[in-house]
Design a protein around this ligand. Structure first.
Ligand code: ADP
Ligand code: MG
Length: 314
């Protein structure tokens, strides 16, 4: 039996095998996916007219029983969970930690501590969720099982148990990275309780592969699709997505920080919270919340030790 025949999308009027196959290429393979899709996506991917796209989305929404809910119910259903950074002060500027339901981007220079933070969040969320698993997409080959063990030991956790629940996928190029992100949905179907997705780093492959002006539009489009996939998973399953990003130095900036995250607007529009990391005095690290939809910008210092991220002693 063709894959498209068993798809639940056959329940939607006007959706046939060809459409189902096309939708699958952008990771839409169930009714919920259609219900939350943008009409333009369906137009672009399936070559249908916009009215048709709207009709199909409406049908999917009706099937899902989407409707109005009061604010309290909405708040309940979207109860944001948080992962501690392991530093009380760092958590404080983030209103508790890294949040579920959206993308958090951390950017900074090489050695600023982005990967350390990714590892720390991984250990902490697995400790909080005894049945959870973390998906760690590693594009720079910097994932370290040894580091996970160190941080787990510092928490008196069973290091084997923690490590077993980290699903590390090495991404060899941007296409592969996109592919991996699209596979995450299948983990949920296997009843895996994914509690965090880390992409470290999100832009490295895109930056290396797409050089020159002519290829920029193509890069943005692919990146957009990738971020959309991550965003959708964060949203539908109410989990945190943590991505790291490198910086470029913008020589045109006279005042303020000349270092900017790669990828520019596209990323800043998708990420809900953006944190800038840099090295501070005497081996410390400085984290600055530079963008949030409800928190004010703030800065905090902490240290990275063998045990992981720690508050600075006063
Ligand atoms: P980025 O990902 O931003 O390039 P990393 O997260 O890899 O940077 O940070 C590397 C830094 O983390 C090292 O330079 C070191 O200061 C610190 N670090 C890594 N492992 C340890 C450890 N076991 N003990 C203390 N500090 C460590
Ligand atoms: Mg790194």
């Amino acid at each position: 039996m063709a894959k498209s025949e068993k798809s639940e999308l056959t329940q939607l009027e006007g959706v046939g095998p060809a459409t189902i196959e096309k939708l699958a290429t952008v990771g839409i393979d169930n009714i919920l996916g259609v219900a939350v899709a943008h009409p333009a996506t369906l137009v672009e991917v399936c070559g249908m007219t916009e009215p048709t796209a709207r009709k199909i989305i409406k049908a999917a929404r009706e099937k899902m029983g989407f409707g109005f809910v009061d604010g309290i119910t909405q708040e309940e259903s979207l109860k944001i969970s948080r992962i501690s950074t392991n530093s009380k002060k760092f958590d404080a500027i983030l209103d508790g930690g890294i949040k579920s339901g959206g993308i958090t981007e951390v950017y900074g220079q090489f050695g600023s501590g982005k990967t350390q933070l990714g590892h720390q969040l991984t250990v902490n969320v697995l400790l909080d969720n005894p049945k959870g698993v973390v998906v760690y997409i590693d594009t720079e080959n910097t994932f370290s099982a040894a580091r996970i063990r160190q941080m787990s030991r510092a928490k008196k956790a069973d290091e084997e148990d923690i490590l077993k629940r980290v699903y590390v996928a090495k991404a060899y190029n941007s296409d592969h990275q996109i592919f991996l992100s699209e596979q995450i949905e299948s983990l949920f179907k296997q009843e895996k309780q994914v509690v965090l997705i880390v992409v470290d780093s999100v832009m490295a492959h895109f930056r290396a592969e797409y050089v020159g002006r002519g290829t920029l539009a193509d890069r943005q489009q692919k990146l957009n699709k990738h971020l959309h996939t991550l965003q959708k998973i964060a949203d539908i399953h109410n989990i945190p997505v943590f991505v790291t990003n490198q910086v470029t130095t913008n020589v045109g900036v006279m005042f303020g920080n000349p270092e900017q995250a790669i990828g520019g607007n596209i990323l800043s529009h998708t990420a809900r919270e953006i944190i800038y990391l840099r090295k501070g005095k005497a081996g410390s690290r400085v984290a600055k919340l530079v963008d949030s939809n409800y928190l004010q910008d703030a800065e905090v210092s902490y240290i990275v030790t063998e045990d992981g991220i720690q508050d600075l002693e006063e």
